[in-house]
Design a protein around this ligand. Structure first.
Ligand SMILES: *Cc1c(COP(=O)(O)O)cnc(C)c1O
Length: 235
């Protein structure tokens, strides 16, 4: 028996309880199962347990697994989120195979994704990755760059700007852990006040999802709590 369905249920229960504890509707928080380094079989097990959205960091690994899953279970309707760093020679494959990209951090990458998104597919959903940290002097610049990039993405024809994403440094103190998420939410509110129409705050992983949910996450990206510790040497 696989542990994956049990883990998934525990994560969903945890998200629901955390949402209630901060007076949020759990239905506004979407779970992405981060399946990097996991097998196609593990993804299928999670899908059978009701999980539809999966996050991947390495485009070739992801595309290989998509093909394997398609061969084993052609009727599974999964949603694929690219959350890894992006080299410009990988944009074509990402634009073709994914539904969302959470890690856009340069205008050049955004332009390529828009140009290379196949015509028969709907616009690619985009989150801007913001380099946010507790050192406010550093993140001030990052926030200004994110604003420029968000407006650029919003004007590209085959992209749909959905929101902002961040991966803050881990903090032991839970109050401190909330600070970068709060900053991201503030930027989100400011940009929407400038006319951008974003609906997504992609923030929170296994270790910091409670802080992220408390500060308004609409997507949490969870790997370890669902699939167990990753083994980077398995293949
Ligand atoms: C690996 C990864 C995750 C999942 O991390 P866990 O700690 O295993 O939940 C989430 N987001 C990004 C961008 C990642 O690279």
């Amino acid at each position: 028996m696989s542990i994956i369905p049990t883990n998934l249920q525990a994560v969903q229960d945890h998200i629901n309880a955390t949402a209630h504890s901060v007076s949020r509707d759990p239905a506004t928080i979407h779970l992405i199962a981060v399946s990097k380094t996991c097998s196609a079989q593990a993804i299928i097990e999670a899908a059978h347990a009701g999980q539809r959205a999966f996050g991947e960091n390495y485009e070739q690994e992801a595309i290989d697994k998509m093909a394997q899953i398609q061969a084993i279970e052609p009727n599974l309707d999964l949603e694929w989120h690219y959350i890894g760093s992006i080299q410009s020679n990988k944009t074509r494959a990402i634009a073709k195979h994914f539904d969302w990209v959470h890690s856009v951090d340069r205008e050049r990458i955004a332009r390529r994704l828009s140009e290379q998104r196949p015509d028969n597919l709907p616009s690619l959903n985009i989150c801007i990755q913001v380099n946010i940290s507790n050192e406010t002097t550093k993140s001030g610049l990052a926030l200004e760059e994110a604003r420029k990039l968000a407006h650029a993405v919003a004007s590209l024809p085959k992209l749909k700007l959905r929101g902002l994403m961040a991966i803050p440094e881990p903090e032991l103190n839970s109050e401190k852990q909330r600070e970068p998420f709060r900053q991201l939410k503030q930027l989100f509110n400011q940009l929407n006040a400038e006319g951008l129409n974003m609906d997504t705050l992609s923030m929170g992983m296994t270790a910091d999802m409670d802080a992220a949910i408390a500060e308004g996450a609409t997507i949490v990206r969870i790997g370890t709590a669902i699939f167990g510790a990753r083994d980077y040497h398995a293949k």
